[in-house]
Design a binder for this molecule. Sequence first.
Ligand SMILES: [Mg+2]
Length: 256
Amino acid sequence: MSVLLASDLDQTLIYSERSARADTADLVCVEHYQGNPQSFMSAAAVAALTAADLVPVTTRTVEQLRRVRLPVRGGGFAIAANGGVILQGGVPDESWTAQVAGRLAAVSPLAEVLAWVRAACAPEWTSSVRAAEGMFCYAVVDLALLPAAFEAEAAEWASARGWNVSRQGRKIYWVPNPLTKGAAVREIARRLGSDQIMAAGDSLLDKDLLEIADRGIQPRHGGLFDSGWRADHVVVTGGVGVAAGHEIAEWFAAAV
Ligand SMILES: [Mg+2]
């Protein structure tokens, strides 16, 4: 039987200093940004995943994903842009991106959403608004100053246009409904002839990934856990932060 292992990265397998809930001096740095250590894993998690055939599945752009040095076997598949880009051996698959573009044509275009986001996100509490891979966008906000009703208003506006809104820490994401991690993972499973999918994720954008998986694991932290979402085929880690990342790495390793 061939099993496809698919995992979200941030706050699932890899952790920023703020989200690790552990002393980063004891951790392995897996990403540098502008010369500074940015993301970490425990040494035990690194050991568990070494040589694993794991597909990283992230909302990061391709450029942001390339900064991450995972201990997994190289040369395989990876998914960026929340499912919008499939990389094989680091090279984006044009045919997949074309398929995704076809699906995105059914909902409001990024330009319309971006215009609304730029107008709605006041400079007093927004440090930047970014488009990602021409498919979705996000705003980095100051949580202390973010108006209480903003996320609900944004979600209502987006939902009428076939988009969804979710927040992870200081980032608010506007993502078209057809752009999902699950669809890209299914495509890779089809190409590899995998008959089972095992998946891990922590955020609302990982929900569909866990839903299409045969078995899943979610950390005891993050937007998805906090939303109360649970499923019979998805276990919850005992620990939080980088300790949850370790449990998830071991869960994948045990499947191999
Ligand atoms: Mg995540």
